[in-house]
Write a protein that binds this ligand. Sequence first.
Ligand code: SAJ
Length: 425
Amino acid sequence: MKIVVMGLGYIGLPTAIMFANHGQEVVGVDVNANVIKELNTGKIHIEEPGLQAELDKALKDNAFKASLVVEPADAFIVSVPTPNHQDTLKSCDLGYVTSAVTSILPVLKKGNTIIIESTIAPRSTEDYILPLVESTGLVVGKDVFLVHCPERVLPGQIIHELIYNNRIIGGVTPACIQAGKAIYSVFVQGELIESAASTAEMSKLMENTYRDVNIALANELVHISAELGIDALDVINMANKHPRVNLHQPGPGVGGHCLAVDPYFIAAAAPANSHLIQQARHINSTMPKFIVEKTVALMNKLDGQKIAIFGLTYKGDIDDIRESPALEIYHELKAMARFDVVAYDPHVNASFVEKNMAKATEKADLVLILVDHSEFRDLRTQDLANMNQMAILDAKNIATKCVDMSHYFNLGLLSRINEVGSVLV
Ligand code: SAJ
């Protein structure tokens, strides 16, 4: 089978290479000429464990090539970004998807299958992509097959999860589902679950929305508990001892390209019926502001000058700072021009990021932990001995070996900020 994969990013590239290394002839298409050049000379442009070795093998076997141009094939897999529109409800921008599909149309033949892997708003396959495909005169379900098959992999474990995760095969017609199954069964060992295209779209979006809403509930609990003087983290621990309760963890906000993006696609598609989802987005996207307020309140109490921010990425143990609430907090505190703000992150290489922890904490009045990097788990009070005042605001509840500091606050203990007087150690 010949497969064209459109979009060679975090999902498209590993997918293309997996097909190539399972006996298929694969052409990876991207609009970025540099990416094409690098891949054809054997270099991957993204960081993903095991992927370089997989590309080496695919190139050696002549099973994969990268190209700027779409070629005739048996199947086309579209894996391009779907950002939010900058409209009020941040709806789904299908522009890259429709332009990828449009570029396939001139080479589309009877018997071909088009699979959309990009995360898309509910009903996009049937309402927008189907008419586009049928504008060629080919009939979907009879002449060609159209499928939405959302990806669900976690960066860092992509190759393993591509093979072993279940896949939802959302067909526009029963024949489309079968065409999709035949393609993924080449290498997927998880279950291939048959569904309608619109169900597949919505289930992908709801997986991430479920987490976003659950995190918002935990963050709202932090607000409530700060007001009432109750330890929110203890409450979560207690409640989660119930066999059917799984409250998520609060934090400085929700980042990344999935949880902070996908719920808007649902909300924008059905604004009058998505109050909870919209409210959850509001709660999570205003958490950075809340953390800034608490930081300023604490710094005022401490009469402090220097803040050492620990962690800038959107979640722990990764190097990705895009859509990061931690970065937003850093910029906000910097912009106030009231404090000396230094960012320390052992995972991030950027000129404004301090790589030396001792330098970051030197004469600091507060360590503000915003990311749960594993390194911070081992942080001890004596590691911070060069601080001016021994204070930590730990928004991820990770520096648990530092709770004996003069001032240690996590999101369960915010109400105690009011009790702080200026203490120099
Ligand atoms: N977060 C919290 N509290 C929690 C859990 C997470 O504040 O209890 C925050 C994180 O710090 C981060 C954000 O949420 O800022 C998102 O992190 P995440 O680990 O929940 O998710 P992503 O965006 O890295 O990956 C998700 C995954 N989806 C689910 O687990 C349902 C992944 O499987 C999907 O493939 C990916 O979205 C995607 O592409 O949609």
